[in-house]
Write a protein that binds this ligand. Sequence first.
Ligand SMILES: O=C(CO)[C@@H](O)[C@H](O)COP(=O)(O)O
Length: 234
Amino acid sequence: MLEELKRQVLEANLELPKKNLVIYTWGNVSAIDREQGLVVIKPSGVPYEELRAEDLPVVDLDGNKVEGELNPSSDTATHLVLYKAFPEIGGVVHTHSPWCTKWAQAGRGISALGTTHADYFYGEIPCTRKLTPLEIASEYEKNTGEVIVETFKDLNPNFTPGVIVNNHGPFNWGKNPLKAVENAVIMEEIAKLAYYTQSLTPEIEPIDDQLLDKHFLRKHGKNAYYGQVQNVKN
Ligand SMILES: O=C(CO)[C@@H](O)[C@H](O)COP(=O)(O)O
């Protein structure tokens, strides 16, 4: 079942240690088949070097396992909330990458301070509110997804393909699992740049809206023109 999607999910998961976003088993990537309403996701607690495409669990959008021996990622419920709320995404990634996790532990979003940020994220990368004790005690992973969706009530997830989850770490998404990982790699670099920029100039202001528009909109959306336009992806 879903052999090609499993191959893509394996490849995307293996990118995480290669790009220094994870150590040990600290992260997971999934992808969705929208027609069938099925999600392929990394199994929980399995080291990356032991992953095999044929072992990847398949779950439905209610979280029921429909194929595979191994337990799906402990973050599965968060991924499922995101697939249901953001209909255009095809892949989700969660890591504890060190620069984004610093912002998460500080409970801070990442302002758009320069064109490196603006090339990929249309404005601030938001940080969620903290979960309440009740939200942590009951359906924690589902509530993590819900608080992300709440944070995006006035934001376009295709133009801001990632979030900092307060006290926790980053989640990213994209049109497919490799694109989601690419967004995670870029967000990690942006988190590092922003940390040093704000250390140099603590009162720094975000870049002008005009510069933000110029850099983001030439690469994304219906009027994109950067590079070989047909290859530009959100
Ligand atoms: O946040 C956590 C654990 O606190 C997870 O993101 C793990 O880092 C990965 O969990 P599995 O996907 O292996 O269940």
